[in-house]
Design a protein around this ligand. Structure first.
Ligand code: BGC
Ligand code: ZN
Length: 315
């Protein structure tokens, strides 16, 4: 079958290649699911992998199939899969378990291992191919209503995790009631995070460096978010003092757990009802077919007005 791959370590090595088709039987314990890929979104991570900044192939191979933001349709399931059936719309998560305690309880997004396994990024092939096989454990089902925008679920899960972590941290304040939030950056993640915070009833201010009005600031206005164009100078000493005297916390967040994907599904469905058509406006650049890998990478690296660039692998 066809796939879009890179040779990790070799700059701008993106290419189309013929690779062995995956089989259900590759997945242990009869838990295999064979998925036909419909759409795959691309982002800065793919750009950086193609620039050879990071990324690694599966052990023993020289190429890495790109793509970690998927949407596909189940083609067949193994004998021990009851929760999915042929025809279901699914999105696969990205990180696979390593060996830390977190990995063993299904929270590999919180791994303490130095090496992590991520499909389309590090040591595991991604989804920019005609088909992929995966354990049902790592697939999330979407309602048919999300057919058009479901490719946004992986980035949505990353925003969900960050918001969930912020909530967990604030709980230390016992009587805290969330009212206001600021979002830095108005790319796909900033837009989705703003949306999900609005859907939780918060007043949201999003900040970026582009002079409004432009598509992203208009999208924010449409969901009642204020956009501020700011250049910020960082007085590191005052910030540090503020952290101590104000009991503040800074934290980092990456990747997402199964729960974050499930919450993402609920919030995307909610968005379709509350702001019909809004999510589809994030899908600014569609590139048709795996053969158009050049156009896919060029659009990703040069389109100035892009929010989400995606490959329509199958119509
Ligand atoms: C992906 C995450 C991943 C991270 C680090 C991001 O682009 O969306 O799932 O954990 O890259 O590799
Ligand atoms: Zn990503």
């Amino acid at each position: 079958m066809k796939a879009i791959a890179v040779i990790p370590g070799k700059p701008d090595s993106i290419h189309l290649r013929d690779v062995p088709a995956p089989r259900l039987e590759e997945v242990p314990d009869g838990r295999g699911v064979l998925v036909r890929v419909l759409r795959v979104g691309v982002d800065g991570t793919d750009k950086e992998i193609n620039a050879a900044e990071y990324g690694a192939p599966p052990p023993g191979e020289e190429y890495l199939i790109l793509g970690h933001e998927s949407l596909g349709r189940v083609e067949a399931v193994g004998p021990a899969v009851a929760e999915l059936a042929a025809g279901d719309l699914v999105v696969a998560s990205v990180r696979r378990p390593g060996s830390s305690l977190y990995d063993r309880i299904g929270l590999q997004d919180m791994t303490t291992d130095d090496v992590y396994f991520e499909r389309g990024i590090n040591l595991r092939h991604g989804y920019l191919a005609e088909l992929y096989a995966e354990s049902a454990d790592f697939l999330v089902r979407l309602p048919e209503a999300l057919r058009e925008v479901g490719v946004l679920l992986e980035p949505a899960s990353v925003a969900e995790k960050a918001i969930g972590q912020a909530w967990e941290i604030q709980r230390r304040l016992r009587v805290w009631r969330p009212r206001r939030a600021a979002v830095l950056g108005t790319g796909t993640l900033g837009l989705l995070a703003s949306l999900f915070l609005r859907q939780r009833g918060l007043e949201v201010v999003a900040m970026g460096r582009v002079e409004p009005p432009f598509l992203n600031s208009e999208l924010l206005a449409a969901i009642g978010v204020t956009y501020l164009k700011r250049r910020v100078e960082i007085p590191a000493d005052r910030i540090n003092q503020g952290f101590v005297l104000g009991n503040k916390v800074a934290f980092g967040s990456v990747n997402a757990s199964r729960d974050d994907f499930e919450r993402g599904v609920a919030d995307l469905v909610r968005a379709e009802l509350t702001f019909p058509g809004w999510l589809a406006r994030l899908l600014t650049h569609r590139v048709r077919g795996l053969e158009s890998y050049r156009e896919l990478m060029d659009t990703l690296t040069t389109a100035r007005d892009a929010i989400k660039v995606f490959c329509e692998v199958a119509p």
